[in-house]
Design a protein around this ligand. Structure first.
Ligand code: HEM
Length: 140
């Protein structure tokens, strides 16, 4: 059974609130330490961004629905549209999330289900394709 079919079970099975708090705290610790990636985040304080991600993930995996009570429908692709997200940003986001997820030490089946979700979701957030440098001195 997948988390989508029985999400409440999944949230509790992975340890509930403290698991998601630990995951997002560790993720944002790495964001804060990477000046280039950090520059994507518009607010001077990363705390509110960390809370939004944490509340979203709790809700997605079957926990409290506080995220939607505060923010409405997630519409995550739309909410990411103001930020330039190429494959490079996606890879950085995923690298930090993988460190945070691995450190939770979850049983493999939960770890893998969350990781596969993050990979799919991060692909969807890519909204900019890098174009190669224009060729010089070549007329087509
Ligand atoms: C692919 C690379 C990604 C980048 C570079 C990125 C970057 C950002 C940035 C800059 C923000 C604004 C910070 C804020 O004020 O909240 C944001 C918000 C958010 N991101 Fe991402 N993100 C990525 C992927 C994801 C993924 C995969 C998820 C979910 C699994 C996600 C969930 C969220 C949520 C829930 C918010 C807050 C939305 C809101 O309520 O305003 N992001 N992200």
């Amino acid at each position: 059974m997948t988390a989508e079919q029985d999400p409440e079970n999944f949230y509790d099975a992975v340890g509930g609130a403290p698991t998601f708090e630990k995951l997002t705290a560790r993720f944002y610790e790495q964001v804060a330490a990477d000046a280039e990636f950090r520059a994507l985040y518009p607010e001077a304080d990363l705390g509110p961004a960390e809370e939004r991600l944490q509340l979203f993930l709790k809700q997605y995996w079957g926990g409290p629905t506080t995220y939607s009570e505060q923010r409405g429908h997630p519409r995550l692709r739309m909410r990411h549209a103001p930020f330039v997200i190429t494959h490079k940003e996606r890879d950085t986001w995923l690298r930090y999330m993988k460190v945070a997820l691995d450190e939770l030490g979850l049983p493999a089946e939960y770890h893998d289900e969350m990781w596969e979700y993050f990979e799919r979701a991060a692909d969807v957030m890519v909204n900019t394709i890098e174009t190669p440098e224009p060729r010089k001195g070549l007329t087509l």
